[in-house]
Ligand binder design. Structure first.
Ligand SMILES: [Zn+2]
Ligand SMILES: [Zn+2]
Length: 132
């Protein structure tokens, strides 16, 4: 298949594009089936006719599990030791463990903070955090 963010050819099982680092299945700039560049508002690929993934940005809602990057960052900075950013992003089980261990004595919270700052943090559904 092709990365739906940059059109690069990616393995069908890949969870991140080697070229742009995005989840290759959730964007709709390119057709995942043929790599054709598609219109942001198109429902199907104009080249091969496959249905495109529903656009999170077009819907403008949190329905796809998109969590706000800045909110997650602030929660991690101020309440990271209690795993609140984990609860916010849907990682409830990890959040409970972080709460009980005070963020792995702060180290775990620090690692999460770095992951959030570098934009590699994913929510429980595997979607990257949404930056406004
Ligand atoms: Zn890509
Ligand atoms: Zn196509």
């Amino acid at each position: 298949m092709y990365c739906t963010n940059c059109g690069n050819s990616v393995d069908v099982n890949a969870i991140a594009c080697m070229k742009c680092g995005a989840n290759p299945k959730i964007h709709r700039k390119y057709c995942g089936n043929c790599g054709n560049s598609v219109n942001d508002n198109a429902e199907v690929c104009t080249n091969c006719g496959v249905a495109l993934p529903s656009s999170m940005h077009a819907q403008g809602s949190m329905a796809m599990g998109q969590k706000d990057w800045l909110t997650t960052l602030l929660l991690c900075i101020f309440l990271g030791e209690f795993g609140i950013h984990r609860f916010y992003t849907g990682h409830t089980a990890i959040g409970v463990v972080q709460l009980l261990t005070l963020g792995g004595c702060g180290i775990w919270a620090l690692i999460d903070l770095i992951t959030i700052i570098t934009s590699s943090f994913k929510d429980a559904q595997g979607y990257p955090l949404y930056k406004k």
